[in-house]
Ligand binder design. Structure first.
Ligand code: GDP
Ligand code: MG
Length: 176
């Protein structure tokens, strides 16, 4: 029989870090500077292939605002993967990401695959000048090693590493 694979992925992270932009880049290869904030959560799907078989991503793109945080367990409880996003220029968003990872380890299933994404990497290289990142990358690296996370540096704006997030996460999920 042809193996069938549907992968449920939930996006978590502070408001305005670029969760919806990453999902839009992956699903439609598109980007917009002035996105409307997500209300509650948005559901999107995308089919790709793995080993010549079709796999389907079912993506829950949650809203980052605190008032929506109580809804998050509804989305991550049934997910095989969680993508936690922060903005590389915003230190506070990294600490929120640490909180999400902690919550996932405490409350999500044991087998959930967790990826951490440093988004907006394009902002570090403006007009040929390398700007200092607000988030210390050594701190991020040691956090990822300690917690056993996949880690990606990405930009929804340029498309850098966006497909790799989904491809690598997808490869971690066994066929069932
Ligand atoms: P969300 O609240 O986490 O879903 O964030 P959005 O996807 O709505 O993005 C918030 C803002 O950041 C929008 O103005 C986006 O255009 C912008 N943005 C998202 N990703 C990137 C990126 O990779 N680089 C830059 N420069 N801006 C981005
Ligand atoms: Mg959003």
């Amino acid at each position: 029989a042809i193996p069938k694979l549907t992968i449920k992925v939930v996006f978590l992270g502070e408001s305005a870090v670029g969760k919806s932009s990453i999902v839009l880049r992956f699903v439609s290869d598109d980007f917009t500077e002035s996105r409307e904030p997500t209300i509650g959560a948005a559901f999107l799907t995308k089919r790709t292939t793995r080993d010549g078989n079709t796999i389907k991503f079912e993506i829950w793109d949650t809203a980052g605002q605190e008032r929506f945080a109580p809804l998050a367990p509804m989305y991550y409880r049934n997910a095989q993967a969680a993508v936690v996003v922060f903005d590389i220029t915003n230190e506070h968003s990294f600490h929120k990401a640490e909180d999400w990872v902690k919550e996932l380890h405490e409350k999500a299933g044991n087998d959930i695959v967790i990826a951490l994404v440093a988004n907006k990497m394009d902002l570090l290289n403006v007009q040929g000048t390398i700007l200092d990142e607000a988030v210390n990358e050594e701190e991020v690296d040691s956090f990822c090693q300690r917690e056993g996370l996949l880690y990606f540096k990405a930009s929804a704006k340029t498309g850098e590493n966006i497909h790799e997030i989904f491809q690598t996460v997808g490869e971690k999920i066994p066929y069932s």
